[in-house]
Write a protein that binds this ligand. Structure first.
Ligand SMILES: [Zn+2]
Ligand SMILES: [Zn+2]
Length: 178
C-alpha cells in the first residue's frame, strides 16, 4: 500500500520512490514469491480540475513456475507507466472520452486518498504470461517417466503423442520386456 492523500499533493507534485517490500504477490489465488523486490519511482501531479497524473517506472523479479517442465525460474518485469486518476465526481464527457482514446488508462479515485501501489501492481499482473516458460524452447517433462527433458533425453518411447494411447504404449513396453 502506498497511500497518498489527494490534499497532501503539493502544487509542484510529488516524487516518490517505490520501496515495496512485499515478499509474495497473489496471482490467481497463488502466492508467487518475489525474488528481487519492487523498486522504481513515480511522479505524482494534481491538475486544477482534480485529476491525478502518475508517471514513472518500476522493476520486480518474480519466481514463476514453468508451465512445461514445472521448474521455477526468475521472471523479470520492467515497465513504465502513465496513469490518470479522475475524481469519482468528474463529469463524464468529451474530455474523458478523448483521453481514453489515447493510450492512457482511465481510473478513478474515491474520496480523499489514492493507493498508488495499484499502479505498479496492475502493470505487473498485465505483464505476466498466461503460460510461463523457463525458456522459449523448454522441452518439458517426459509424460511417461517424468524426467525433465531439458537435462537430457530419457529412454522412454514417446513417439505416441496422444495421451489416450499412452497406457497402451506402456502395456506394449511391458509385454516386450516380459
Ligand atoms: Zn521449463
Ligand atoms: Zn521418459
Amino acid at each position: 500500500m502506498l497511500i497518498v492523500k489527494i490534499a497532501d499533493i503539493p502544487e509542484h507534485g510529488l516524487h516518490l520512490n517505490i520501496k515495496d517490500q512485499r515478499k509474495t504477490l497473489l496471482v490467481n489465488g497463488v502466492d508467487v514469491p518475489i525474488s528481487v523486490p519492487y523498486s522504481g519511482f513515480m511522479d505524482v501531479e494534481k491538475t486544477d480540475d482534480g485529476r491525478v497524473v502518475v508517471e514513472g517506472s518500476f522493476s520486480v523479479t518474480l519466481r514463476l513456475t514453468c508451465s512445461r517442465c514445472l521448474e521455477s525460474f526468475d521472471y523479470h518485469v520492467m515497465e513504465s507507466f502513465r496513469d490518470v486518476f479522475f475524481p469519482e465526481s468528474f463529469p463524464m464527457g468529451h474530455g474523458v472520452h478523448e483521453l481514453s482514446r489515447e493510450d492512457l488508462d482511465v481510473l478513478y479515485y474515491r474520496e480523499s486518498e489514492l493507493d498508488l501501489s495499484l499502479v505498479y501492481l496492475e502493470k505487473t499482473y498485465l505483464s505476466l504470461p498466461m503460460k510461463p516458460l523457463c525458456k522459449e524452447d523448454c522441452k518439458g517433462i517426459c509424460p511417461i517417466c517424468g524426467k525433465n527433458l531439458n537435462y537430457g533425453e530419457c529412454d522412454c518411447n514417446r513417439r505416441v503423442v496422444d495421451p489416450r494411447w499412452e497406457k497402451l504404449a506402456q502395456l506394449k513396453e511391458k509385454l516386450l520386456k516380459g
